[in-house]
Design a protein around this ligand. Structure first.
Ligand code: PHE
Ligand code: NA
Length: 493
């Protein structure tokens, strides 16, 4: 059967942007910028975007376009002994898929709470005790299934499944064409209101005021590089799968630039939204801004609800904010399940309907582990290892394979043959030298830190089994699949 294709170029870009723009842009980027020197963070961030983000995106778009397969097939076409890297990436995608959906589920619940601000005044106690019902749990001591968390997750799974089941053009592309414009409109409408609130400008000054002393700090550079791969959805099978559905005539370099710039632009816009709100909140509570800023889960589900309590017309702005989170999250969730589904379709020759049903069905069952009392802790631990160990390893190996084992100049020649504007030698320099060196340093530091200090105060046994163990199992399983598909008589083809 002929491989499916995107209907239009805009459809492909919206889908790729839909994958890239996710929860990470809204809750992770603003805090990181703030933590790492405010306005000065933009220098390492732009550097990471130019030297790692754009070259990596061009590389993955060309791999998918040229080799016409999801990550495992694409890598196996580059060399029979490289298929494992594709599977390792698919496993990263699969693991993210099962916990990311929990956060989407929380956001769906919070959209409901936002109509009446039923989270009350103490949004911290509400989130952890009343909503998550977190007690003396641990990542390995989950407690029981919480239906009120499971049900919104089921809703999220149904939407994702519907899109994947229907197919590339009729499902994923159609969903992206609705979701992305809707997201942009909602975020712009929110900004248009909150930017005029008292204190908003103080918030923005905090975010954008450069602290140039931080630029010399290696941690800031490491934060920028660490963020760029996750935020662009590269290195974990997604962009290769999406670009494998590009029509023959496609402008690779243009598409890659657009996707990266729209994603990073959106991050800055999200930063403006979040920091206007935080500035207003600090002003209302007459606290310094540093006292109200928080990161990650706490930012979206504790701080923002508290800020919403103080907003004019909270019953409108609140639900719109959480709907924006849901939409941003769902379009990413769709992409990550497509990465897994397309790999299964390629490998087992299954129909899309069968593969998507099996993949989403098993994903749903496993994701229920995160709808428990201790689900947040498991999520936190697994997310740390996936982002700081597995994903960076996968990106580094991909760079080394393409840059040193194979000929990166072939990729450049391929891109330049089919794209309107040509990419220069800088592309090869980034792929071969700059990005791998930066990644190796960051990964090395992460590994040493994690071995030395563990993470988040979790028990050693939890770190060993659910952290290191999980990554090891993903790697071993990928290698086993690869070995089994090697030609039996020992001759390499
Ligand atoms: N790019 C996404 C983000 O910034 C990350 C992601 C993509 C997560 C796809 C899950 C699935 O949030
Ligand atoms: Na992103």
């Amino acid at each position: 059967m002929k491989r499916e294709q995107w209907g239009t170029r805009a459809g492909f870009i919206l889908a790729a942007v839909g994958s890239a723009i996710g929860l990470g842009n809204i809750w992770r980027f603003p805090y990181m910028a703030y933590e790492n020197g405010g306005g000065a963070f933009f220098i390492p961030y732009l550097f990471a975007m130019l030297t790692a983000g754009i070259p990596f995106m061009i590389m993955e778009f060309s791999l998918g376009h040229k080799l016409r397969g999801a990550a495992p097939r694409a890598f196996s076409k580059l060399g029979v002994k490289l298929e494992w890297l594709g599977w390792f990436q698919v496993f990263i995608a699969a693991v993210i898929a099962v916990y990311y959906v929990a956060v989407i589920g929380w956001a769906i619940s919070y959209m409901g709470f936002a109509f009446t601000q039923s989270w009350g005044a103490d949004t911290n106690a509400f989130f952890f005790s009343e909503y998550l019902k977190l007690g003396d749990n641990a990542p390995s001591k989950l407690g029981s299934l919480q239906l009120h968390i499971a049900i919104p997750m089921v809703i999220a799974w149904c939407i994702t499944f519907a899109a994947i089941f229907t197919g590339v053009k009729g499902g994923i592309e159609r969903a992206s064409k609705i979701m992305m414009p809707l997201l942009f409109i909602m975020v712009l409408a929110l900004i248009a209101r909150v930017i005029f609130l008292e204190g908003a400008m103080d918030g923005l000054n905090y975010l954008f005021r450069p602290d140039f002393t931080k630029i010399l700090d290696a941690k800031v550079w490491s934060a920028a590089y660490g963020q760029i791969f996750f935020t662009l959805s590269v290195g974990f099978a997604i962009m290769i799968a999406y670009s494998s559905y590009l029509p023959e005539k496609s402008d690779i370099s243009n598409n890659a630039f657009m996707t990266v710039l729209i994603n990073c632009g959106f991050s800055i816009v999200a930063g403006i939204l979040i920091f206007s709100v935080l500035g207003y909140m600090a002003q209302e509570q007459s606290k310094p801004l540093t006292d109200v800023v928080s990161a990650g889960v706490g930012l979206a589900f504790v701080t923002i609800p508290a800020a919403i309590n103080l907003l004019p017309a909270p019953y409108i702005l609140g639900p719109v904010f959480f709907l924006a989170l849901v939409v941003a999250g769902l379009s990413s969730h769709i992409s990550i399940l497509e990465a897994v589904t397309s790999a299964v379709m390629d490998k087992l020759n299954w129909s899309r309907k069968k593969a998507s049903t099996v993949v989403c069905g098993s994903g749903f069952v496993i994701s229920m582990a995160f709808a428990t009392n201790g689900g947040l802790l498991l999520l936190d631990l697994v997310d740390y290892f996936i982002n700081n160990v597995a994903l960076l390893t996968s990106c580094l190996i991909e760079l080394l394979v393409i840059g040193w084992l194979l000929k990166v100049s072939d990729i450049r020649a391929y891109v330049n043959k089919i794209s309107e504007f040509s990419i220069g030698i800088w592309f090869e320099i980034c792929i071969r030298f700059i990005s791998p060196i930066m990644l190796a340093i960051i990964l090395g530091k992460n590994l040493i830190n994690t071995v030395d200090q563990g993470y988040g105060g979790y028990a050693m046994s939890d770190l060993l089994i659910l952290g290191w163990g999980l990554v090891a199992v993903m790697f071993i399983a990928a290698v086993i699949i690869n070995v089994k598909s090697l030609p039996q008589n020992g001759s390499e083809v």
